[in-house]
Design a protein around this ligand. Structure first.
Ligand code: AMP
Ligand code: MG
Length: 426
């Protein structure tokens, strides 16, 4: 039996990244950039106002104070979408400007409406910090009264301050999120190159299984691995191309493995252990598939099988529902992410302090479904409940896994232990 780390190495060494494809930005969501992206333009594209207010030159306000306010003549209005004003602002002038409008030449600061007092008939005794109220100004012939000096660049978004043309925007292997799409759209990108998704076939085996919704007869159970693995695939953006459901019949199962041109990955669930009806290893051997490993020193999930047939990867997941999900997550998911060009294929790992005793087994890497918390600057971990490989409640309740190395069978309270996060912790 090989170790978990040997199994990982064998899997990742067998996985090639698939080709890349050009997709629209929205179709790139949750996919991985196939090449690093350089900015085709500056961001912001031009100097513009960050506020609705008045653009002016800060020099004009250098001597301004409540006692000695400076009056500036308002010479017009600039809206978002207006072309850059060609006439420079003259000393003593200000211009109404809306958020997003280009800063005119001669101006270098913006005073927001909220900080302005309008009107030539203003009683300056009322002008104090407290009395600076929002005002609306209809009359463009009015004067703007400034009562304090402004710093240059105030409320001005400078060209290129976010991104400079030619700068690295996102690197190859980055997962594209809606936040990334905001950035790429603002750079005017319509399409990006991303890694292709593997064509995936899911095979569910077992005479005892029925679909949820159908009343159970004696000896029957509901198929949970099919839906759980399909959902886990969807979580990384893969919709299986085929979901086949077969009885524990060697001939039928064999057909499922054989007729598979164009399929990159086969995920078969069940039928991989030592039972009389566990035909998968035998069928693969007969087909001439290269079995890279069968059985790993892990708990749960020992029967996991990994094989290669031409370019196709075949994973035989154990039938026990927890083992199926955990082995998918720890061994299959990284392989699929690598195929799709992900820069980071592994779940994030942290060191945590055990707040309960964690029991494992010597000679195996144990995966304890865990309740993980981040509290006062440290991660805390405890088993989420009973750890049997069919205990789905514990799986559903957990938000990560405690990893007990092969060399240990127990982690005491207060000891440090490695954990893997399934979800981001608050
Ligand atoms: P097997 O690996 O096929 O021997 O199955 C091991 C255990 O997992 C048995 O108790 C099966 O009934 C159960 N099992 C197998 N496949 C599924 C499935 N798709 N959904 C739920 N339980 C399953
Ligand atoms: Mg079975």
């Amino acid at each position: 039996m090989i170790s978990a780390s040997e199994a990982h190495e064998k899997i990742l060494a067998s996985v090639r990244s698939l080709s890349s494809e050009k997709v629209s930005l929205i179709d790139a969501l949750y996919r991985y950039l196939a090449s690093s992206l350089l900015a085709p333009i500056d961001l912001p594209v031009f100097d513009h106002s960050a506020m609705d207010g008045y653009a002016l030159c800060h020099h004009d306000t250098e001597v301004a104070s409540v006692g000695h306010p400076v009056s500036l003549k308002i010479v017009g209005t600039l809206a978002a979408g207006d072309p850059l004003r060609t006439t420079p602002l003259q000393p003593g002038q200000a211009i109404r400007i809306m958020t997003g409008a280009p800063i005119p030449p001669g101006a270098d600061a913006v005073i927001p409406f909220e900080e302005c007092v309008m009107g030539s008939s203003l009683d300056m005794r009322q002008v104090s910090q407290e009395s600076l109220k929002p005002v609306s100004c209809q009359d463009l012939t009015q004067m703007l009264v400034v009562t304090q000096p402004l710093k240059p660049g105030r409320h001005v978004r400078k060209v290129g301050e976010d991104i400079v043309e030619g700068e690295l925007v996102l690197s190859r292997g980055t997962r594209i999120t809606s936040r990334g799409i905001a950035l790429l759209s603002s750079l005017g990108l319509e399409h990006v190159w991303v890694g292709a998704k593997p064509k995936t076939r899911v095979i569910v085996t077992g005479d005892e299984l029925v679909k949820p919704g159908v009343p159970l007869k004696e000896g029957q159970i509901y198929n949970s691995n099919g839906p759980s693995i399909v959902a886990a695939l969807e979580e990384i953006g893969i919709t299986p191309d085929e979901i086949l459901w077969v009885r524990d019949n060697e001939k039928q199962l064999e057909d499922c493995f054989k007729a598979s041109p164009g399929v990159d990955v086969i995920l078969c669930m069940g039928g991989v252990s030592a039972g009389d009806y566990d035909f998968v290893p035998k069928i693969l051997a007969k087909m001439g598939a290269e079995i890279l490993f069968h059985k790993i020193a892990i708990k749960p999930g020992k029967p996991l099988l990994f094989a290669r047939f031409d370019q196709q990867l075949i994973f035989g997941l154990p039938g026990n529902p927890v083992s199926a999900w955990v082995t998918f997550d720890r061994f299959v998911r990284p392989a699929l992410l690598k195929m799709m060009g992900a820069g980071e294929c592994m779940r994030p790992r942290r060191l945590a302090r055990a707040t309960e005793v964690c029991v494992g087994s010597l000679g195996k890497e144990d995966y304890l479904r865990a309740t993980l918390q981040y509290c006062d600057g440290e991660y805390l971990a405890r088993p989420a409940g009973p750890q049997g490989s069919a205990r789905l409640k514990t799986l559903a309740d957990a938000n990560g896994v405690i990893l007990i190395p092969e060399t240990k069978d127990r982690i005491g309270i207060g000891e440090s232990v490695e954990v893997e996060l399934w979800e981001e912790l608050p």
